[in-house]
Design a protein around this ligand. Structure first.
Ligand SMILES: Nc1nc(=O)c2c([nH]1)NC[C@@H]1CN(c3ccc(C(=O)N[C@@H](CCC(=O)O)C(=O)O)cc3)CN21
Ligand SMILES: CC(C)C(=O)C(=O)O
Ligand SMILES: [Mg+2]
Length: 269
C-alpha cells in the first residue's frame, strides 16, 4: 500500500513524478509506468468534462472518478483534488468531503488549493489521518479573481507565498504543489521546506513534476504553454475512428473473424 512516507523519502533522492488521471484504464497505464502519484484533478472539468473552467466540477464527479482511478491503480499514491466549494467555508463539510474520498473511493490523500483559510483545515485533516497536499501559486479555483496569470512575480507576493508554504508544512501538509510560478521562487521554496514540492509551470528545481494527462499525451485540443506533449493520442484516436467509419461504410468490418453463425438456428425461419 503506497503511503506519503514513501513520497517524502524519495524527495531529494530522485525526482518525484505525478500525472492526473480520471478513469481506470488511464490509471492502469500511469501506474504501470511507475509514476509515483496519480492526481484525480479538478482539471477534469476542462480536460474531460467539457467545461471551460474547474468551477462547475462537483464532489460527486471527483468521487466517481477517484473510485475509478483507485480501482485502476496498484502502486501509485492516489490523491483526490477537492473541488470548488467543497471546502473553505466550514470544517465539518470539508472533512466530510475529504473523508468520502478516502473512506468510500480509495484515495490515499487529498489536495486542497491553499490559502490562509486552509491552514487550520490542513492541520485537522492531517490529525484525523487524511494526508493533505497543499497547492500554491496559480490556483485555478480563483480564476474569477486572478485569471490564469503567473503568480509570485512581485517580491511581496513571493514572500507571502513562502510564508503560506511554511504555514502549510507546519500544519502537516505532506507535499506542496507550486503552479505557474517563477523557477527561482519555486527553487527557494523547495530549499526552505522539508516536504517535497511538486511543480507545474514552476521550473526544474522542485522535488517533482506534475502535468495534466490529456496535455502530456496530446489528447486535448489545447494545453498551457508550460506543458509538453509527449505523444499524439488525439491524432491516433482520430485515425482509429476514421478507419472504423471507412470499414463499416465499405463493408470490410465486421469480417468473418468478428462474426458467428449458429448452424442449428436454421429451424427458426
Ligand atoms: N488541460 C489543462 N491543463 C492544465 O494545466 C490546467 C487545466 N487544464 N485546467 C486547470 C488549470 C488551468 N491552467 C492554466 C490555464 C491557462 C494558463 C494560461 O494560458 N496562462 C497565460 C495567462 C492567462 C491570463 O493571464 O489569464 C500565461 O501566459 O501565463 C495557464 C494555466 C492549468 N490547469
Ligand atoms: C494541475 C494540478 C496541480 C491540478 O490541480 C489539477 O489537475 O486539477
Ligand atoms: Mg486542481
Amino acid at each position: 500500500m503506497p503511503t506519503v512516507r514513501d513520497i517524502r523519502a524519495k524527495a531529494g533522492e530522485a525526482p518525484i513524478t505525478m500525472l492526473t488521471a480520471y478513469d481506470a484504464p488511464t490509471a492502469e497505464i500511469v501506474d504501470d509506468a511507475d509514476i509515483d502519484m496519480i492526481l484525480v484533478g479538478d482539471s477534469m472539468g476542462n480536460a474531460v468534462l467539457g467545461y471551460d473552467s474547474t468551477l462547475p466540477v462537483t464532489v460527486d464527479e471527483v468521487a466517481s472518478r477517484t473510485g475509478a482511478v483507485s480501482r485502476g491503480a496498484e502502486d501509485a499514491l492516489v490523491i483526490a483534488d477537492l473541488p470548488f466549494l467543497s471546502f473553505g467555508f466550514d470544517t465539518k463539510t470539508a472533512v466530510e468531503h475529504a473523508g468520502r474520498m478516502v473512506k468510500e473511493e480509495g484515495a490515499n490523500a487529498v489536495k486542497i488549493e491553499s490559502g490562509s483559510h486552509t491552514v487550520e483545515l490542513t492541520e485537522t485533516l492531517s490529525q484525523i489521518g487524511i494526508p493533505v497536499m497543499a497547492h500554491l501559486g496559480l490556483t485555478p479555483q480563483h480564476v474569477n479573481q486572478s485569471g490564469y496569470a503567473r503568480q509570485g512575480t512581485s517580491q511581496e507576493a513571493a514572500e507571502e507565498m513562502l510564508e503560506l508554504a511554511r504555514e502549510h508544512e507546519e500544519a502537516g501538509a505532506f507535499s506542496l504543489v507550486l503552479e505557474h510560478v517563477p523557477a527561482n521562487l519555486a527553487e527557494t521554496i523547495t530549499e526552505e521546506l522539508d516536504i517535497p514540492t511538486i511543480g507545474i509551470g514552476a521550473g526544474p528545481h522542485t522535488d517533482g513534476q506534475v502535468l495534466v494527462i490529456t496535455d502530456a499525451v496530446g489528447l486535448g485540443d489545447w494545453s498551457p504553454s508550460f506543458s509538453k506533449q509527449f505523444g499524439n493520442v488525439r491524432g491516433e484516436m482520430k485515425r482509429a475512428v476514421s478507419a472504423y467509419r471507412d470499414e463499416v461504410e465499405s463493408g470490410e468490418f465486421p469480417a468473418d473473424e468478428h462474426s458467428h453463425v449458429e448452424e442449428n438456428l436454421d429451424d427458426v425461419y
